[in-house]
Design a protein around this ligand. Structure first.
Ligand code: PEP
Length: 248
């Protein structure tokens, strides 16, 4: 079953208000391709200004706390994101799993909090280079899914992003065959975890998606879009990726 593609940009800790000028052309590309979904996840401080600057575009967050409120200095709740106008939240990005020691259980709790607040959770999984070299890539990702997929996830509230850690920001990507093998394995695991609903959950590929490889990657079976880091920072790079998704 072909699912509606989603192309989501993760600005990470980049961008100031001036960067919002990029949203004009990105929103225009989204409007021009009504058959797919486009989202940008800027830093927390730019969520509300981004929503104001591009009301038609889906704006998301890069993380969310699992608690509703309370003594969690420096953290942001799902309700706060919702109030700021966010529609999505990335959880479990490999940079947060590594830098902030986030566990699968925490990632699942964050996804559950996001969904409970009416956000779509993008749950990130992916193996390290050492794990792939050891032939463990699929087993590692299946284990992450076992631990971090929220059982209440549905096609319209949950997205999985497969992001091999060694492909992020490196200009390297897995072979098309390896991407296909992993996405098929993820689809199978989602069926086990979520039953029939698992067929409706979109699976994004992420890791060095660029204008020149986007269409090929997104044409692979069970690749239902892309999560894009560096190339989402400018419309000049991100708009061709949206076009690649539309043609895939
Ligand atoms: C990411 O970190 O989510 C990512 C995919 O980064 P990049 O596109 O820069 O590899």
């Amino acid at each position: 079953m072909a699912l509606r593609k989603l192309v989501a940009g993760n600005w990470k800790m980049n961008g100031s208000r001036g960067a919002l000028a990029e949203l004009d052309a990105i929103a225009a590309a989204a409007d021009g391709n009504p058959g797919l979904d486009v989202a940008i996840c800027p830093p927390f401080t730019l969520i509300a200004p981004a929503v104001a600057a591009a009301p038609g575009l889906s704006i998301g967050a890069q993380d969310v706390h699992m608690a509703e409120k309370g003594a969690h200095t420096g953290c942001i709740s799902a309700a706060m994101l919702k109030e700021a106008g966010a529609r999505l939240a990335i959880v479990g990005h490999s940079e947060r799993r590594a830098d902030n020691h986030e566990t699968d259980a925490e990632v699942r709790a964050k996804a559950e909090a996001a969904i409970a607040a009416g956000l779509t959770a993008i749950v990130c999984v992916g193996e390290t280079e050492a794990e792939r070299d050891a032939g463990r890539a699929v087993a590692v990702v299946e284990g992450q899914l076992d631990g971090s997929v929220p059982p209440q996830g549905k096609g319209d509230t949950l997205v999985i992003a497969y992001e091999p850690v060694w492909a992020i920001g490196t200009g390297r990507t897995p072979s098309i065959g390896d991407v296909g093998e992993m996405h098929a394995a993820i689809r199978g695991k989602l069926a086990t975890l979520l039953g029939a609903e698992g067929a409706k959950v979109r699976i994004l590929y992420g890791g060095s998606v660029k204008p020149d490889n986007a269409a090929e990657l997104m044409a692979v079976a069970d690749v239902d879009g892309a999560l894009v880091g560096g190339a989402s920072l400018t419309a000049a790079q991100f708009v061709p990726i949206i076009a690649g998704a539309a043609s895939a």
